[in-house]
Structures are given as C-alpha cells and as structure tokens.
Design a protein around this ligand. Structure first.
Ligand code: GLU
Length: 319
C-alpha cells in the first residue's frame, strides 16, 4: 500500500495543525434559493458546531451550476434565521491553487492517473471483481505508455482533457457519524479533476474542510454514501478525518425530495404568504420537537440532538 502523502506542504493550502480552531460548517451551492430543508440543515450544522464549542464556517460551493444573485440571497436568508459565522466566507471558485497543490501532492505519491474513458464506456465496462457497485472499473489504471499516448490523442480529438483519477488500494473505508453511527462504504478510483478541467466535488470538499479547520461535517444524508471516499482522500492527504453528522433530507408529502416545484418552500415564498423568518424557524423547531423557536439560538438552547429522527422531514405546507 502506498504510504500516505506527507502532511502540510505549500503555503496556505492545507491545515497547519494547531493554528485553526475546530469548526463545523455549512457549504451551500449557490444554484437557487435555500428551501426549508436546506435551512433546517444549516440550523442543525450551526447548532451542532456552537453547542460543541466549535467555530462555524461558511463556504460557497460555486464551482459550477451557479445562479446569478443566488449567493447574496442565501447569505441574507441564513442571517434572517439567526445564523452567524466566523471569518470570511470562502469561495471554491477562488481556491484553484489549493486544489492544484493537493492533486500535486497525490501525484507525487504516485496516486494519480489519467483517465480517457467516456461516461458511456464506464457504464458499459464489466465491473472489477469485488468492486462496489458503480465503482470505476479501472480501465485506465495500468495502461502502457503507448496506450496512454493513444488516449491523449483521442482526448485531443474530443477536445477535452483527460480526467484525473485517484489510484486507491482500498475498496472501502469507515467513518463515524453522529446519527448513523459507524458507516463503512465503498471507495473507488474516484475522479479528482474532470475532463472539462473542473476540480471534482469530492476533492474540493476535502481540501476546503481541512483548510478551514473543519472537524465536524454536518450536511444532508444524501451525501452519507460519499463520506467514506472523502474520508479516505483526507487520510491520503494527511488530514485528520472529520466527524460526520448527516441529517435527514426534507421531502414533500409525496415522498420526493423537496424542491421548488413543491410550492412556497423558500423564506421569500413564505414571506409572500405572510410568514416571517421567525415563523419559518418555528416550523423547523417543531420538526425537531422543540416548540416556540423563533431564531436558531432558540433551537440551540432547547434542542436535544439525541432526539433527531432519522427519517426524512415531511414538509406539508398550507397552500
Ligand atoms: N454543496 C453541497 C450542497 O449544497 C453540500 C456539500 C457538503 O456539505 O459537503 O448540496
């Protein structure tokens, strides 16, 4: 097994042990207004961080799918429900150097290879024995120099760069989650940089959490299955593995993940119907079994995390 990449190298790209306080975080993608489920996750992230004496960081995940004006509205909404955060808001779009440095560290340790596969080829390839389902089958992992040259030529024709993948020697990794307990999940040769040159979410999130001192990752539980591969990547980069807290998604009465089409699901939609931010926080408080909350601070004071239901929050709003 290759030895882990030695910890901290280039200036500012990684967490320098001891200089940053432990922190929780909320990391929205600015692709539209936050809905009630997002706001609940944000409150829970803030509460779990504050009640454990952690700092709270905000990070805007704006590598793609950015909607104009969305970030400012999201930050306004987070303030309106009573959240505050420490330090500057970090933007992923400004962190290319840190991602390059991390990929460079992994490459120096022999843990990166170029991949010339198209999405279709990956889907159609037979999977490797014992690999988790959906895992990259390893097609480009051990190519000869001639095969790599042919792959690059093909990429030139397709006018894209080869993707960069992690060369991992594990097939699974174990994380600890505050709500789900010990979770073991599949790890494969995940993409570090996509063929369009954009750094992969899995790499960015791990590099950023480490750089912000984040040792508690609270987010919606649709990302629980990504936690093992992210924790493994953190390990390879010499970072401490964070504690996770995956909280249930919000769903509509039909059981589908809550979305804009479900009606008045954002703070602004609610305001148009005469429901202010305090009333929205009261709804969120109710969903957590705490009555009469009007700001996140009330949830902090009265909510007991051990009572969190692990089933989705069914959001049933008056028309
Ligand atoms: N940016 C992601 C989202 O809004 C969250 C990623 C994370 O918390 O790790 O769904």
């Amino acid at each position: 097994m290759p030895s882990p990449v030695p910890p901290p190298s280039p200036a500012g790209t990684q967490r320098s042990a001891g200089t940053l306080p432990p922190a929780g975080r909320y990391a929205p993608s600015p692709s539209g207004d936050l809905h009630l489920g997002n706001l609940r996750t944000a409150i829970l992230a803030w509460v779990l961080a504050r009640r454990s004496g952690r700092a709270f960081r905000l990070r805007v995940e704006d590598l793609d799918r950015v909607r104009e004006g969305s970030e400012a509205r999201q930050l306004e909404d987070l303030e309106a429900i009573g959240l505050d955060w420490d330090g500057e808001v970090v933007h992923q779009s400004a962190r290319a150097d840190a991602y390059d440095a991390a990929i460079g560290d992994l490459a120096d340790a022999g843990l990166v290879y170029e991949c010339y596969c198209t999405r279709r080829e990956i889907l159609e390839a037979p999977s490797a024995p014992h690999a988790p389902s959906g895992a990259y089958p390893g097609t480009c992992r051990d190519l000869t120099a001639a095969q790599r040259a042919a792959g690059r030529e093909r990429m030139r024709e397709l006018r894209r760069e080869p993707a960069l993948r992690l060369r991992t020697d594990v097939t699974e990794w174990t994380v600890h989650d505050l709500f789900a307990g010990t979770v073991t999940g599949g790890v494969d040769d995940l993409v570090l940089r996509r063929g369009d040159g954009v750094v992969a979410y899995n790499l960015a999130v791990v590099v950023d959490d480490a750089a912000q001192g984040v040792d508690q990752v609270t987010r919606a539980d649709d990302l629980l299955s990504s936690a093992p591969r992210q924790a493994h990547l953190a390990h390879l980069l010499g970072y401490e593995q964070p504690e996770y807290a995956h909280v249930p998604l919000a769903v509509s009465p039909s059981g589908a993940r809550l979305a804009k089409r479900d009606g008045a699901v954002t703070l602004r939609d609610r305001a148009e119907r005469g429901e202010d931010a305090a009333a929205v926080v009261a709804r969120i408080g109710d969903s957590l079994g705490v009555r009469d909350c009007s700001t996140a601070a009330d949830v902090l004071e009265h909510w007991d995390p051990s009572t969190l239901a692990t089933t989705p929050w069914v959001v049933d709003l008056p028309a």
